[in-house]
Design a protein around this ligand. Structure first.
Ligand SMILES: Nc1nc2c(ncn2[C@@H]2O[C@H](COP(=O)(O)OP(=O)(O)OP(=O)(O)O)[C@@H](O)[C@H]2O)c(=O)[nH]1
Ligand SMILES: [Mg+2]
Length: 447
């Protein structure tokens, strides 16, 4: 994907961040200016750029930084997050059911790339193991059927069309019947010069007769932020549930196109990145922005943040165990945390003489048991969670409600009591108490 100006602009901003001595208000503002220039030249709407700038400025200089993370790293992460959000945030779902016939209609203005994307999408789905077929519901453009047939031949996908039929919904219906044994039917439709009424009515009729799983709007990304108006107009008239943004290769305004779709909550499912039939990619805003900013750098940084969050969670869990503040409500989370991170084992390793005092079964909590604990906890009332002394009828009720046995419920309560008792004992140990006063550090033993 080219988008080289957007990419080099962002990378330049990142280099600047790396180059500055101190990341202070003045520096942050300078860097934001750089980013603004880059985004505006990619045709991102000015309001969106300003909102993003404001958020970056606020977050970049927030008081508290997680330990071990520099302000510089934090700033890069903030910029990455904000731009990924600007481009749509999370990857949009594109779910088909291979066990039945899925129907997809491609709509859009003339020349946006519908016919080409129909074939690209068929090829993409074929690679994923689907059995697609193509239908030409465009009798407006001369030679439309031939064009699609040629593309279909190239990828060996059957194509249905009927140039003598005027009603395109009828062609679509016939095509869908013809391809009963195919699990995806992609319907290519006609385009018009502008968003005319007739085109919209045509699409409306198609939707009515076909009930597609996806009505995908094909948008030409070279129109930049004007994509917003097009997406909005189509969304008003038909049930658009996805976008393919084409011609992202070589389009200086691609960033504007993508953010315009995000602005009207029109999820970009795919991007077209060239004229070849392989040039269609699933669109994931985070990966996309990662690539723009230089993936290698960003990936390492994100991993560092992730590891940090995990570590904080584990420390938090360990701390709560140690201070005896945990209730049954926390038990599941903590046990899971313990299982995932192994802080107890680590704690035990850090305390040579003391490790032996931690009951063995606390360190090796069984997976199956843990799985049952969750529904049990969900079946308990708040009162029961806070006062886990349960009589027989309550235990039975909870077991029933959670699809487990009374033994499972008792096992959970026993686990809880054991943990409490074990850590109560540990807390009395001076060495232990000292360690927890100075904060838990699971990476390096503090003595
Ligand atoms: N560079 C580039 N060109 C593309 C891409 N997708 C489509 N095109 C080109 O865009 C032109 C128009 O594509 P079509 O698929 O015929 O567009 P259409 O929407 O079906 O057009 P009408 O049927 O006339 O409405 C063709 O020359 C394609 O090769 C893309 O992702 N990148
Ligand atoms: Mg076409």
């Amino acid at each position: 994907m080219v988008l080289s100006r957007l990419s080099s602009g962002l990378q330049e901003a990142l280099n600047k961040i790396r180059g500055v001595g101190v990341v202070d208000k003045k520096r942050v503002r300078e860097i934001i200016k750089e980013i603004q220039k880059t985004l505006i030249s990619a045709d991102v709407k000015i309001e969106q750029v300003f909102e993003l700038s404001k958020r970056i400025e606020e977050k970049a200089l927030q008081e508290h930084l997680p330990a071990g993370i520099s302000r510089r790293e934090h700033l890069i992460k903030v910029i990455y997050n904000e731009i990924a959000d600007l481009m749509g945030g999370e990857e949009a779902q594109f779910l088909l059911d291979p066990k039945r016939q899925n129907k997809i209609i491609l709509v859009g203005v003339q020349g946006s790339g519908k016919t080409t994307q129909a074939a690209k999408l068929a090829k993409y789905l074929m690679k994923k193991g689907y059995r697609p077929a193509l239908v030409c519901a465009d009798n407006f453009r001369p030679g439309a059927f031939d064009q699609l047939r040629q593309l279909g031949d190239e990828i060996r996908v059957p194509v249905y069309g009927d140039p003598s039929e005027e009603q395109t919904w009828k062609i679509a219906e016939q095509g869908i019947a013809e391809f009963k044994d195919r699990n995806v039917v992609i319907v290519d439709t006609e385009g018009r010069h502008s968003l005319d009424k007739e085109l919209m009515e045509e699409i409306g009729r198609l939707e009515e007769h076909i009930h597609p799983d996806y009505t995908i709007l094909v948008l030409d990304s070279t129109i930049g932020q004007r994509a917003e108006a097009q997406a909005r107009a189509f969304k008003e008239k038909c049930n658009i549930n996805g976008i393919i943004l084409t011609k992202l290769d070589g389009s200086a305004k691609g960033g504007g196109g993508i953010s315009a779709c995000a602005a009207v909550s029109a999820p970009v499912l795919f991007v077209g990145t060239g004229e070849r039939l392989d040039d269609l990619e699933r669109f994931d805003p985070k990966a996309f922005v990662g690539r723009l900013m230089g993936f290698g750098d960003i990936k390492g940084l994100l991993q560092k943040f992730e590891a940090h969050v995990e570590k904080e969670k584990a420390e938090e869990a360990a701390k709560r165990l140690m201070t005896g503040k945990f209730t049954l409500v926390d038990v599941y989370d903590q046990l899971e945390q313990v299982r995932k991170m192994g802080p107890l084992t680590k704690v035990a390793e850090m305390l040579p003489g003391l490790g032996a005092k931690i009951p063995k079964d606390l360190l090796g909590i069984q997976e199956e048991r843990l799985k049952k604990f969750k529904p049990i906890l969900q079946s308990m009332t708040k009162y029961e969670l806070e006062n886990p002394k349960l009589n027989r009828s309550r235990v039975e009720r909870i077991a029933k409600g959670s699809g487990t046995t009374p033994e499972d419920v008792r096992a959970l309560i026993q686990q809880y009591n054991q943990m409490r008792a074990a850590f109560k004992k540990l807390r009395k140990d001076r060495r232990f108490a000292r360690m927890f006063k100075s904060g838990v550090n699971l990476d390096t033993p503090s003595f």
